[in-house]
Design a protein around this ligand. Structure first.
Ligand SMILES: Cc1cc2nc3c(=O)[nH]c(=O)nc-3n(C[C@H](O)[C@H](O)[C@H](O)COP(=O)(O)OP(=O)(O)OC[C@H]3O[C@@H](n4cnc5c(N)ncnc54)[C@H](O)[C@@H]3O)c2cc1C
Length: 337
């Protein structure tokens, strides 16, 4: 056991770290208490290269994108599942200033690959409100988190490496004595914020809806303005997400439900029916940088966390980075904590 690595938590972070460690030949065990309301279970898994009001490329996007594509493709082949779904984003634009900002960005050579000018026809034509113009974000997509978690769970179970259990803070000293390295991949669960209280946690609850849009089967583009609509199967769409710093239970609120419906009403002219309401707490951080590294005093305790709003794009590169740190003692990037 003392040569084994223990991962606590198997959301998207724990799953990708488990995969790269196993592929490198590491001897690991994973413990997860199996909770249906984690962010990895409810997220759409969107990867969007250009965000914010000024349409700027995200932090280290080119590197993150390259590693994400490579790792997800490798896992698709390894596990025989579909993970990466390319889906362009129709970005709704309104008013002279916003359209001007978009045109300016589209004119920059470094954005030519990622943005396309005003679109006169697209999958959402005839459904969006007439006052909008539409630009298109290219190379965006959706990462299917649930098949990844299920495939890794199956592999771990088959190899006798998975335990369904809840780990308490009081269990940590015994686990650190038992295992060579213990890695907290528990998101904003019960452990990391208590064991690493010095880190700049800023957890954000997110809620989303699943809606049915009659006759919308065949739309294979996302639609974004105040919320994002993501095509699922048939005429079902994921709509989200909200941001709230009130973490009280129950997680799902009437207020967020109404807020999301108002966003849909503001974007679409066509009717819809809400079929599900989802919620989870994002492990977000004030600095907006992932949290990777060692505990300040417990020698063999580590954290792999803080993926915030961008688990789909950040986690693959971070998992490879963490693997090299754990197995080969390579230094961590200075921004990752
Ligand atoms: C509404 C919503 C929409 C989102 N949309 C997107 C999106 O489109 N694109 C994107 O990139 N990101 C999105 N995110 C963010 C994304 O979901 C997170 O970045 C990511 O899921 C975090 O993964 P994680 O594995 O670190 O944490 P989690 O998903 O929280 O996983 C932690 C795991 O640890 C387990 N665990 C916790 N505590 C313990 C314990 N004490 N003992 C044992 N097991 C434990 C839990 O059961 C869980 O399985 C969204 C989040 C929300 C809420």
């Amino acid at each position: 056991m003392k040569n084994r690595i223990l991962l606590i938590g198997q959301g998207i972070a724990g799953s990708l770290l488990a995969h790269v460690l196993l592929e490198a030949g590491a001897d690991i065990t994973v413990i997860d208490h199996i909770n249906a309301e984690t962010p990895s279970r409810v997220a759409a898994g969107i990867i969007n290269p250009v965000t914010g009001k000024r349409f700027v490329k995200s932090w280290r996007f080119d590197t993150l994108y390259e590693h994400a594509q490579a790792l997800y493709r490798e896992m698709e082949v390894r596990y025989g599942i579909s993970i990466w779904e390319p889906l362009p984003i129709i970005r709704l634009l309104e008013g002279a200033e916003e359209i001007n900002n978009w045109d300016t960005r589209c004119g920059l050579p470094e954005y030519a690959e990622w943005l396309s000018g005003i679109q006169h026809t697209h999958d959402w034509s005839g459904r969006i409100r007439a006052d909008f113009k539409a630009g298109m974000i290219l190379h965006s997509g959706r990462v299917h988190f649930n098949p990844i978690i299920a495939a890794i769970r199956e592999r771990l179970t088959q190899e006798g490496r998975f335990q369904a259990a809840n780990v308490a803070v009081s269990d940590i000293p015994a686990l650190c004595a038992q295992y060579k390295q213990v890695i907290c991949c528990d998101g904003y669960g019960g452990l990391s914020p208590q064991l690493f209280p010095h880190l700049p946690w800023q957890p954000a609850k997110g809620e989303a809806l699943i809606v049915r849009l009659p006759g919308a089967t065949g739309i294979r583009q996302m639609l974004k303005r105040s919320a994002t609509l993501v095509p699922l199967e048939g005429d079902l769409f994921w709509v989200g997400g909200t941001y709230s710093w009130d973490l009280s239970f129950p997680l799902r609120t009437e207020q967020a439900y109404r807020e999301l419906c108002a966003h849909i009403d503001g974007m679409l002219e066509t009717p819809y029916e809400v079929v599900a309401h989802l919620a989870g707490i994002r492990p977000s951080v004030r600095t907006r940088r992932p949290l990777l590294g060692a505990h300040p005093s417990q020698q063999n305790l580590f954290i792999f966390n803080g993926m915030g709003t961008k688990g789909a794009s950040l986690t693959p590169w971070c998992a490879l980075h963490m693997r090299d740190f754990l197995l080969e003692g390579k230094a961590l990037d200075g921004e990752l904590r």
